[in-house]
Design a protein around this ligand. Sequence first.
Ligand code: TTP
Ligand code: MG
Length: 370
Amino acid sequence: MPPQERIVMLVDLDYFFAQCEELRNPSLKDKPVVVGMYSGRTETSGAVSTSNYLARKYGVKSGIPLFLAQKRLEGADAVFLPVDYDYYQQVSDKIMSILREYSDILEQAGIDEAYLDVTKRTRGSYEEAELLVLQMKAAVKREVGVTFSVGIAPNKLVAKIASDINKPDGVTVIRSEQVKEFLSPLPVDSLIGVGKKTVVKLSEMGVKTVSDLARYDIQRLVEVFGKTLGVYFHNAANGVDNDPVQEAAEPESIGRMGTLKENSCDIDFIMQKIDQQIDEIYAEFQPKKQSYRQVGIVAIMTNLSAKSRSKTLEKSATDKETIHKAARELFEKYLAETKQELRRVGVRIAHFSNEEREQKQLTSFFGTTQ
Ligand code: TTP
Ligand code: MG
């Protein structure tokens, strides 16, 4: 029996980091805005994380060096800002919780994108799905002030490609009977998993578009790329993808709290306690073979009022030293601001993911062809 026809959406927030910056400072809206990851070596070393659509008109996009972005935007009254993950994460969390209300199942696929299965609530109707998107857009605009683009399709593969067609603030609907026609003219690297090396190999075989790939003899694909990959390419090119939209496991954290031997605002004394806690946290965390993305601290004053602070790391980490460094930084900053003695202190790590493991699975799945 064929699997039930689904309606799947991919929601992708528009120029996300730059849109967040415009959100907290609306005067940026009519200027080119570049959000950069500054490496710190020189004043302009680093790369562009993203830019708003005005800056993109000057050829400034994700990944290009910051010095090049500056050159391209010379005299354009552009604004350059460093990434502020914590803030973007907060905006993202708010949006995801709104989107969740409009979906049967929501699978977050990154800080600015999520797959939504809406089959049940739309009773399989694409018209209903489009109306749902209008409601979602209005709610997110009203409650957060952010726009996004959506692809609606019978599966994740096609929804993802469709979401890129109308940007910003767009919607693209590809019904199952339109999938073939939609995918056919696209270059093969539009399909997830078709990287640079695969493109070269396929091109040598005379395969340039998705329709070339869809028509190519599957046996021959299997001979060249192996069974898993060959079958995957064949199915993807034919718009077949049965991967379900799955809610990620509940976010969790691992933390410890403890009372200091004496009230103190001495960072080294506080870190002695914190380091013991980190040892325990790490012992619990390590067997999970996951990575963490956030480090938080809790400080309880002598009057028993509690304050917490957290830091989202630029990259997921798996080591103990990063927890120590982030916790120390948070406490130093906190103590400098409050100048009060602490009585109890705590530390925690959160935002776990299987990134490393998934990366490995993907690498072994896609072999060495990427
Ligand atoms: P994207 O969704 O790829 O880009 P975007 O949201 O900025 O723009 P679009 O309107 O085309 O969707 O990525 C989401 C965020 O991830 C982006 O705002 C910044 C970050 N990012 C990087 O830091 N480096 C990169 O190379 C890319 C592609 C994204
Ligand atoms: Mg985006």
